[in-house]
Unconditional design. Structure first.
Length: 136
């Protein structure tokens, strides 16, 4: 894990504000490591600039607090929402397109609300679908 840490993937302003202990178990931590090693670190290296994790692991209570879907990959430690340091949709779109064309073994890559942020996931337990979606 070169560019990202487990702490970065579990940090949440909402959890801090609401007093939610957002702590992954051993399996969820293993999933987070697999996400970083197989998708996030290689993507960061290809992009050549820092990438910010805006949401990583979410315990069920935190997932409910942020309005996440019940079966979210975030609750399993298999997904992260990311964006560029610049916070611009144009840069996020470049990052999204790089990921889509990269050949990385992601499960889902989702443009969230015109590249406001990017959801990317990895499933170490089955073949990754390389699904590319746009959520409006």
């Amino acid at each position: 894990m070169k560019y990202f840490t487990i702490e970065e993937l579990t940090r949440s302003d909402t959890a801090s504000r609401k007093g939610i202990a957002n702590i992954p178990n051993a399996e969820q931590t293993e999933n987070l490591r697999a996400l970083v090693e197989n998708v996030l670190d290689p993507l960061r290296k290809m992009y050549g600039a820092p990438i910010v994790v805006t949401s990583g692991f979410r315990c069920p209570k935190l997932n409910r607090a942020v309005g996440g879907v019940k079966n979210s990959q975030h609750t399993k430690g298999k997904a992260a929402d990311i964006r560029c340091m610049s916070r611009t949709s144009a840069d996020n779109k470049r990052l999204f397109n790089l990921a889509a064309k990269s050949g990385l073994p992601f499960d889902q890559l989702i443009d969230e609300y015109s590249y406001h942020w990017i959801h990317i996931s990895y499933n170490k337990d089955r073949e990754n679908r390389r699904q590319v979606l746009h959520l409006r």
